[in-house]
Design a protein around this ligand. Structure first.
Ligand code: PGA
Length: 252
């Protein structure tokens, strides 16, 4: 059985002081939810403070990006070991990274390989843009992103990697996909691609999340789908009154 997984992607929001405040509001409600893997992904500058606040809780910590090289002259970048010192998870290949910062399937793949080497659980984001969706290219695009993102990776356990299906047209727009629409992309494209790469066991064990305008109000619609194992939550993860109920909805 796949354990439900909920991650909050704080994006470029919250100073250290603001992050401390938000975490103090989130922890009691999140801690009380059992049977769900819960992860906060705040900005790099807040990771040290947030990791101290999460110590001894059942809530995990993740970064939103990292470089693939172990160290070197890469001004402004963060190395895998720096992330691994504080976090167990890292979001990779988010569509905002692909769109605004030139990330490609090839660079995402290097990052995924670096994360696995450093025992970080990557949350690998895939999803089609509005143009691709309207042109009927969803399957082709998502299949390519999974196959190339996970290329040249040796045998892995299904619970050491997480995929997030995030249609780009649904992110931050308030226009979520439908539960059944997202479920079919996961069941018909993502799991089969994972099966081709790593075999059936891994394809059945790997958690695949939905992301894109998830709110307390629509969370159940996604979590009641057989192939959706949780959510990557953006805007609503900054609101305790939304994020805690979303996490509760994921508990089976
Ligand atoms: P959203 O973002 O929930 O604000 O749509 C999701 C994401 O970008 O991961």
């Amino acid at each position: 059985m796949r354990k439900p997984f909920i991650a909050g992607n704080w994006k470029m929001f919250k100073t250290v002081a603001e992050a401390r405040h938000l975490v103090s509001e989130l922890v009691p409600g999140l801690q009380a939810v059992n049977g769900v893997e819960k992860v906060l992904c705040p900005p790099f500058t807040t990771l040290l403070a947030v990791s101290a606040l999460l110590e001894g809780t059942n809530i995990g910590l993740g970064a939103q990006n990292m470089h693939w090289e172990s160290s070197g002259a890469f001004t402004g970048e963060i190395a895998p070991a720096m992330v691994a010192e504080l976090c167990h998870y890292v979001i990779l290949g988010h569509s905002e990274r692909r769109t605004y910062f030139g990330e490609t399937d090839a660079t995402v793949n290097k990052k995924v390989r670096a994360a696995i080497t450093h025992n970080l659980i990557p949350i690998v984001c895939v999803g089609e843009t509005l143009n691709e969706y309207e042109a009927g290219r969803t399957e082709e695009v998502v299949y390519r992103q999974v196959k190339l993102g996970f290329a040249e990776i040796g045998p892995i356990d299904g619970d050491t990697v997480v995929v997030a299906y995030e249609p780009v047209w649904a992110i931050g727009t308030g226009k979520a996909a439908t539960g059944s629409g997202a479920n079919s992309v996961i069941a018909d494209v993502i799991r089969p691609a994972i099966k081709e790469l790593f075999g059936e066991q891994v394809a059945l064990a790997m958690r695949v999340l939905y992301g894109g305008s998830v709110k307390a109000e629509n969370a159940k619609e996604f979590f009641s789908q057989p192939d959706i194992d949780g959510a990557l939550v953006g805007g609503a993860s900054l609101k305790p009154g939304e994020f805690i109920p979303i996490t509760q909805a994921a508990a089976k």
